[in-house]
Design a protein around this ligand. Structure first.
Ligand code: FE
Length: 192
């Protein structure tokens, strides 16, 4: 296992936001290509950022841009685990690394939530959310017997953004700030 694909991704993303800023219209497409290249192989995620927890899905920060222009997070779902219905308020890309996930988009209509068509994500696939293309969804592990892992890229520091979870039947909205599951991030410069 080598961390270099992750380091190269962080370097390329940093160059991208340096040259273009972090607005969806400017960077989401090139960022999608970078994330697709990152999840095309599954030999770089350090084991400690791939650990499931029996009680709740985990979100490990892999890299936070110091100027909050983007963040990269490893989401690990144990069997049967899923997110609540939630929004992001910034653009987000979900790159599937391991296992299989089900993403369900929601639309708001007359203060109610309408579930859209579920997408099955398999390794190498990239899904997108944003305030312009649809920002509300759930993500669930599709596998009953093992963890699934996806790598999420956001146009901001997602763990620090005050956003919302929704009650799926009534559509009632509650503030939330997700934070991260660990107090450490991967060392991108290990001694070989
Ligand atoms: Fe999400």
């Amino acid at each position: 296992m080598s961390i270099s694909p992750l380091r190269e991704f962080v370097c390329a993303m940093t160059r991208l936001v340096e040259s273009r800023g972090n607005a969806e219209a400017e960077v989401m497409e090139p960022a999608r290509d970078l994330l697709a290249a990152l999840v095309r192989r599954d030999d770089w995620l350090p084991t400690m950022f791939a650990q499931a927890d029996p009680t709740r899905y985990r979100q490990y920060l892999l890299h936070g841009d110091p100027l909050d222009r983007f963040s990269l997070v490893s989401f690990v779902w144990g069997p049967g685990q899923m997110t609540p219905v939630h929004d992001h308020l910034v653009w987000g890309l979900v790159g599937m690394l391991r296992g299989e996930e089900i993403a369900v988009p929601y639309a708001v209509q007359d203060d109610r939530l309408l579930a859209g068509e579920a997408a099955h994500l398999r390794p190498g696939m990239v899904d997108a959310v944003s305030p312009t293309i649809g920002d509300i969804h759930t993500v669930a592990n599709a596998l009953p017997d093992r963890p699934s892992i996806s790598i999420h890229l956001y146009g901001g520091n997602i763990g620090r953004i005050r956003r919302h979870v929704f009650e799926p039947v009534t559509g009632a909205k509650k503030d939330f700030t997700s934070g991260y599951s660990a107090t450490v991030v991967p060392n991108l410069w290990p001694v070989a």
